[in-house]
Design a protein around this ligand. Structure first.
Ligand code: UFG
Length: 325
């Protein structure tokens, strides 16, 4: 059985990938410090509690478990927070990834799947964005991911190491069966925030910026259902196991929705006309991020199942109303 070490596997995207790996019958060890993750989110495999910054522990876990592949989700993800506190992002997202790669090398583990981000591109010159677009991150979060990607390429060029870097656009939605979903103490993502306003957890939803160069003035994003994203990881795993060379793939549907369109759909799904207020731009937000996903569709035969904003929001709403943690 294929053995996969999943850092951050108790988190939002990591836990959906663990579910997909479990369904593929992998042997899974989740390594997570539970700073934002939840034990209950780990539906398959074992959980080892620990921090990726803890080199000794990480070394022991890698040597004992001997994974075929490491999938690395443990990272901070809030663009705005990264602008306020860049060191936090470089330390965890970059320095701790260096420690992980060093420990993998020492333990003889040579295959890696990395959670990268559309944020590496910054404000793109062309949309949809292809993988060949230049890296020009406009916030420390994106820069921390871009630095890791550079290191991965250099490691791979040096030999005896292969990786797949998956550049996520906006992951959203929840397990359609309602077992897992997004559960952060601070909900900052648009869809989750909108649903929490609909539920009455927050008073109103703010639209951050209505003067962007887009048709309705609000930012446009490519929202991808988290299970379609999880499926991309399983395909990337099989690709590496069958000898595939190091590559980066965009993960998005190739179609964007504005903040106002998301709000409209959230109101339709929830049947709540929740209060919305226009506010100033949020620092670090590019106007439009839409993936050109032809590479992953071609090379990994990735076929999304849930390319439907209403369905994505329905699964998130179901989770929000019935969540267990
Ligand atoms: N937004 C609002 N109000 C809110 C929350 C968000 O107007 O209450 C807006 C944001 O300004 C942005 C859009 O909705 O224009 C989407 O914001 P999110 O916070 O949901 O997501 P981001 O696009 O900022 O970031 C997400 C992930 C990153 C990833 C990026 C790639 O958090 O990790 O998508 O597209 F890099």
């Amino acid at each position: 059985m294929v053995r996969v070490l999943v850092t951050g596997g108790a988190g939002y995207i990591g836990s959906h990938v663990v579910k997909a790996l479990g369904e593929r019958e992998c042997e899974i060890l989740v390594f997570d410090n539970l700073s934002t993750g939840h034990k209950e989110a780990v539906l398959y495999g074992e959980l080892a509690e620990g921090d990726v910054g803890d080199e000794n522990l990480l070394g022991r876990v890698l040597t004992d478990f001997k994974p075929d592949v490491v999938m690395h989700f443990a990272a901070f993800i809030e663009v705005e927070e990264s602008v306020r506190n860049p060191v936090k992002y470089y330390e965890n997202n970059f320095c701790n990834t260096v420690k992980l790669l060093k420990a993998m090398r020492a333990a003889g583990v040579d295959k890696f799947i990395f959670s990268s981000s559309a944020a590496v591109y910054g404000e793109p010159d062309e949309v949809p964005i292809g993988e060949g677009a230049p890296f020009n991150p406009v916030n420390p979060y994106g820069a921390s991911k871009a630095f890791v990607e550079r290191l991965l390429k250099e490691l791979s060029d040096a030999g005896d190491f292969r990786y797949v870097s998956l550049r996520y656009f906006n992951a959203a939605g929840a397990d359609p069966e309602g077992r897992i979903g997004q559960s952060y103490k601070r909900a900052t993502h648009l869809i989750t925030r909108a649903l929490k306003v609909a539920k009455g957890e927050f008073e109103k939803l703010y639209i951050y910026g209505t003067d962007y160069p887009t048709p309705d003035g609000t930012c446009i994003r490519d929202y991808i259902h988290v299970d379609d994203l999880a499926k991309a990881h399983v395909l990337a795993l099989d690709y590496l196991l069958s000898g595939g060379e190091s590559r980066a793939f965009n993960c998005g549907y190739g179609r964007g929705y504005s903040v106002k369109e998301v709000i409209e759909t959230a109101k339709k799904v929830t049947k709540v006309d929740f209060p919305v207020e226009e506010a100033a731009r949020r620092p670090g937000d590019p106007a439009v991020l839409i993936a050109d996903s032809s590479r992953i569709r071609g090379a990994l035969s990735w076929e999304p199942e849930y390319d439907d904003l209403e369905f994505i929001i329905k699964t998130a709403w179901n989770w929000e109303l019935n969540k267990r943690f």
